[in-house]
Ligand binder design. Structure first.
Ligand code: GLY
Length: 261
């Protein structure tokens, strides 16, 4: 096991957005993303991944699955194995199976989530030793049980969290800063789930900044959150800020646009 398997990565997989991304799922009836701007922002995200030191596998767009750019919801990649998930939204059911052949090219061990539970990767935050798994509209108890039993084989202890009902995914409201520190909204931190970790709370009014992602020496943060930027810089983190206004319109964030391993 590498010292920090939770943020030291040499590879990542992304999928380009398809024009159908404008039909992506969203909470409420917000405006559609602009496809061209989405593409531009996705390209900047990819460039930042490469600059952070990961070798990318870039998958082509697939119009059949509008949300497939949010590739993290379909699988979990560990150091030595990948787990094919079962996303919980009907329009996303087929995404994981569609991704499976790509995972087979990268991993000698590809494990299907057993049973019929549902689970989105956006509900799973891995640290070196723990897997925080949020129950949500997308992830149910059966999905938790199935994933927890697989992750035990890889030395992760799973911690179940009841994600507050107005939060789409567990990681909508948190992200890993380093092996012992979580950036989390006040609301999520109040659940007490991170009691073994240092928590840096997202500044009030900037809750949408919570979904950061740590990759090697850098932390990706959404741009336009000046107080979060100041706070994290003051705390010693090396930041890359990225404009993700278009993914955000369909509840997409920084972590969900790649699988890292
Ligand atoms: N649009 C991202 C999701 O709802 O899965």
């Amino acid at each position: 096991m590498s010292k920090n398997r939770c943020f030291q990565f040499s590879r990542a997989i992304t999928r380009s957005p398809a024009p159908t991304v404008v039909d992506g799922l969203r909470d409420g009836d917000g405006s559609d993303p602009d496809f061209t701007t989405f593409q531009t922002q996705h390209k900047a995200y990819i460039a930042a991944l490469e600059k952070a030191g990961v070798k990318l596998t870039r998958l082509p767009q697939t119009a059949k699955f509008p949300d497939s750019v949010f590739i993290e919801d379909a699988a979990i990649c560990l150091q030595d194995a990948a787990i094919v998930l079962r996303p919980g939204a009907p329009s996303r059911f087929g995404e994981a199976e569609f991704l499976r052949p790509v995972l087979e090219q990268h991993f000698s061990k590809v494990i299907d989530l057993p049973g019929d539970g549902t689970l989105d990767g956006g509900d799973v935050l891995l640290t070196n030793h723990h897997a925080f798994i949020g129950l949500s509209e997308r992830t149910n108890q059966a999905g938790f049980d199935a994933l927890a039993s697989i992750l035990l084989q890889f030395d992760y202890q799973s911690i179940k969290v009841e994600t507050p009902s107005d939060i789409l995914h567990f990681k909508t409201d948190c992200g890993l800063l380093d092996e012992g520190t979580i950036f989390a909204t006040k609301k999520l931190a109040a659940t007490g789930c991170f009691s073994d970790y240092r928590v840096i709370e997202v500044p009030e009014g900037e809750e949408a900044a919570a979904n950061i992602v740590r990759i090697n020496d850098v932390v990706f943060l959404s741009s336009n959150y000046p107080n979060s930027k100041k706070l994290l810089q003051k705390s010693g983190y090396n930041l890359v800020t990225l404009d993700i206004s278009e993914p955000a319109k369909i509840d997409g964030g920084l972590s969900c646009m790649s699988l890292r391993f």
